[in-house]
Design a protein around this ligand. Structure first.
Ligand SMILES: *Cc1c(COP(=O)(O)O)cnc(C)c1O
Length: 455
């Protein structure tokens, strides 16, 4: 146990050069814990080691290890990454990047106090939904709207309010699972409503719904299949037939739109995505959609429709548990106003989807020149992601990297572990950087990372 005598006193470690930058935090409990851990690890190592280091060396090694762990603890866990995958709505990468203006508005509103639930004109308590309700009425033509945590929460809340204790009719072809374990039958079970399945996997007619209607029927549900498409021998009632059936039997209709496109999807190069205003216009009683899919805003679930039903949904005690905070409202309000002003280019998701192949080609070519001989511009196809338009591929351009001595898997791994991390696409055995999702302001960091890794 001779070696253990070499362990330096704690004060010597704390005074070591390696910890100079952390003098003002060495008393913090997390630092004490790191120090204790490193000291006991060192004791364990020394007990097994035959050749003890000098005390000075040991002090410096311990302090170095402690400094490294302090740095790790203080580094933000949630941080920026460069998305070179070309998937515009990448759920694992935070879905929609937010508009600059929305962040400014968020700062203005949440760094201090706000009128979140205060009616300034009347000088009395107000509702937090008013900030979103009016714009949505103008934007999608609904009578009323409220916002909850996400679209999964919105669906749960609507089913619970309008379906609990009774039956909700839904087509077998719409019993879908959206990535990340959102499954219609499971949400339905949690809502307290009984699922009444009609039709077959590929074909459901309006008559199938009609035959299933009985005294316990509370709601007719229609779900946008989002991330999958059926082809061939398929049938689904039109929106109009669906609405008409509800009206005739005096049963409310609810449509889970998933992405809830508010802009014209054709302007985004997407053909078959339903628009929120279309469903409202057709007469659907209640719709719900995500805030951070094609809308391009923060994570949120928007519930819009007839006042009678939206008001009922708002009265549900679950609404209080699922409501959003001022951060979400401030960002969402900005995004919705951008639509109202017709300034959709301020919304990054829409800007990326609208970027022309020619512009992306120019950017890819000049970036490839900056990298040098190991990069070449390539034509690509990007996907929208986020469960939107699964069959749609948007023509894109990017850069393929080929560095001798690096396998594609190795290059992918190194770029992912660089700072900021770069998430690439592997295509036909090569690493490609899709410029559709790379911000112009990412390019210098991207180049620096490539040089550092391969240089
Ligand atoms: C994405 C999606 C959901 C879940 O929305 P989140 O905002 O991710 O909670 C629900 N229904 C459909 C049809 C979807 O596409």
């Amino acid at each position: 146990m001779e070696a253990l005598r070499q362990i330096p006193p704690v004060n010597d470690v704390l005074r070591a050069e390696e910890l100079a930058a952390f003098r003002d935090i060495v008393d913090q409990p997390f630092v004490t814990e790191i120090l204790d851990n490193v000291l006991s690890e060192t004791r364990r190592d020394l007990a097994q080691s035959k050749s003890p280091a000098s005390r000075a060396e040991l002090t410096s090694a311990i302090a170095g290890k402690v400094a490294h762990r302090i740095r790790e603890s203080l580094e933000p866990s949630l941080r920026r990454v460069i998305n070179a995958s070309g998937v515009v709505l990448h759920t694992n990468l935070g879905r929609a990047p937010l508009p600059e203006g929305a962040i400014e508005h968020l700062h203005l509103v949440s760094a201090g106090y706000s009128n979140l639930e205060f009616d300034v004109q009347q000088g009395k308590r107000g509702k937090r939904d008013v900030h979103i309700d009016r714009i949505l009425r103008q934007l999608v033509g609904c009578e009323a709207a409220i916002v909850v945590n996400n679209n999964a929460a919105a669906v749960l809340l609507v089913l619970n309010t309008l379906g609990e204790g009774g039956e909700v009719i839904v087509s077998r072809g719409e019993q879908i699972e959206i990535g990340d374990s959102f499954r219609i039958p499971e949400i339905m079970a949690r809502s307290g409503a009984r699922l009444r399945e009609v039709g077959t996997t590929n074909r459901t007619r309006i008559k199938d719904y009609e035959k299933a209607i009985n005294d316990n029927t509370r709601l007719l549900l229609r779900v946008h299949p989002s991330n999958f498409r059926m082809m061939g021998f398929t049938e689904r009632p039109s929106l109009e037939e669906f609405v008409e059936l509800g009206k005739r039997h005096n049963i409310p209709t609810f449509e889970d739109l998933g992405s809830g496109c508010v802009a014209d999807p054709r302007s985004l190069g997407i053909a078959d995505e339903p628009v929120a205003a279309g469903s409202i216009h057709a007469g659907i009683d209640v719709i719900s959609f995500s805030g951070d899919k094609l809308l391009g805003g923060p994570q949120a679930g928007i519930i819009a429709g007839k006042k009678l039903y939206v008001e009922k949904i708002r009265q549900n005690p679950l609404f209080r548990a699922l409501r959003v905070d001022k951060l979400t409202i401030s960002v969402l309000e900005f995004v919705l106003r951008a639509y109202l002003r017709g300034k959709t280019e301020e919304i990054p998701v829409l800007r990326m989807l609208q970027a022309s192949a020619a512009d992306l080609k120019n950017r890819a070519e000049s970036f490839a020149r900056r990298v040098g001989g190991n990069a070449k511009p390539v034509e690509l196809k990007s996907v929208v992601g986020g469960g939107s338009a699964p069959e749609t591929y948007v023509p894109s351009w990017g850069v393929a990297l080929d560095f001798p001595g690096f396998s594609d898997a190795e290059l992918e791994r190194r770029l992912r572990n660089s700072n900021p991390p770069v998430i690439v696409r592997l295509e036909e055995g090569r690493v490609v950087l899709d410029f559709r999702t790379i911000f112009t302001t990412d390019e210098d960091d991207l180049l620096a990372n490539i040089r550092k890794i391969t240089g």
